[in-house]
Unconditional design. Structure first.
Length: 309
């Protein structure tokens, strides 16, 4: 019995020791886990506090200057269409009194029209068919109206500017445009300019058209404005076309037209006879000099000058 009690006491003591050992291990393990958790929490707290400090510092720091916006690219002016350019040219008819400025604008837009090339020809034709014009003659004939080469800086009129634009553009379509106007215009100065220009472009190709146009206008009373610088010497321009081609078919008609209805001598017809007939024009001048219808010596002067020349 005593041995049993000793055994039981020994077992109890062993169990107590084992329980204490196990309990001590558990306590040690829990203490380690707690230490690791505390270290992790401490690290996280440091990170959070650091982040808060950085955020506070950014909030208190002055805002950086905004980067300058990129400069806007300069607007490229849109080119006007040929129709728009012609409209600009015609609008100069109602330009203010500053004629010099209007003249510079006319020259600029005419150059722009030439730069447009063949695409401008239909719009040039459309305007010419309207038979409208702006007279530049008074401005282009004055001092400074010609360049160093003697060419007119400013054309005689808007129509002449468009004629020249078509000439500068060149090509078959431009040639046809000028020839069509030659056959339809009612102005002697235009007939003369177009005849000479087309003679340069295509020698003798438009001879018949030019001569027919000149004869037709010479045979009828003037319908243009003789007060205009362009139309003042209408018959001289028309007779110059006949002289250009060496045409003498109008000699008889020119003789019949020497004495005008107002009793004055038609000096344009007289010059044509002199240029076409040379010395053979002297008998014609003498005949008219002795005509009893001419009683004023001053009116006979052109006839005497022809004979003397």
């Amino acid at each position: 019995m005593k041995k049993i009690l000793v055994a039981i006491l020994g077992a109890g003591a062993g169990f107590a020791v084992a329980s204490w050992v196990v309990s001590d291990c558990l306590i040690t393990r829990h203490a380690g886990q707690l230490a690791r958790q505390q270290a992790t929490w401490q690290a996280e707290r440091v990170d959070v506090e650091s982040a808060l400090e950085e955020a506070k510092a950014r909030a208190q720091a002055p805002a950086p200057a905004a980067a300058p916006a990129p400069a806007a690219a300069p607007a490229v002016p849109r080119k006007l269409s040929p129709a728009g350019i012609v409209a600009k040219l015609f609008a100069l008819k109602s330009a203010p009194a500053n004629k010099t400025r209007a003249a510079r604008q006319a020259i600029y837009w005419l150059e722009e029209l030439i730069a447009a090339g063949p695409a401008a020809l239909p719009d040039i034709r459309d305007f010419l068919n309207r038979n409208e014009d702006i007279d530049y003659a008074s401005g282009s004939q004055g001092k400074g109206g010609r360049g160093a080469s003697g060419d007119l800086i400013l054309p005689l009129s808007l129509r002449f500017g468009l004629f020249d634009a078509a000439k500068q553009i060149g090509g078959a379509e431009a040639e046809k445009l000028l020839a069509d106007v030659l056959g339809t215009t009612g102005r002697g100065v235009e007939v003369a300019w177009l005849a000479r220009t087309l003679q340069e472009i295509a020698p003798n190709k438009y001879r018949d058209v030019a001569l027919a146009a000149a004869r037709e206008l010479l045979a009828r009373p003037l319908t243009t404005n003789p007060a205009s610088p362009l139309d003042r010497n209408e018959r001289d321009h028309l007779f110059s076309v006949l002289t250009l081609y060496g045409d003498t078919s109008y000699v008889g008609a020119a003789q019949a037209q020497l004495l005008r209805a107002d009793g004055e001598m038609d000096r344009s017809a007289l010059r044509y006879l002199q240029q076409s007939l040379g010395q053979q024009a002297v008998p014609i001048a003498a005949q008219w000099y002795n005509d009893p219808r001419i009683t004023d010596p001053a009116k006979k002067e052109p006839l005497a000058r022809l004979a003397l020349s």
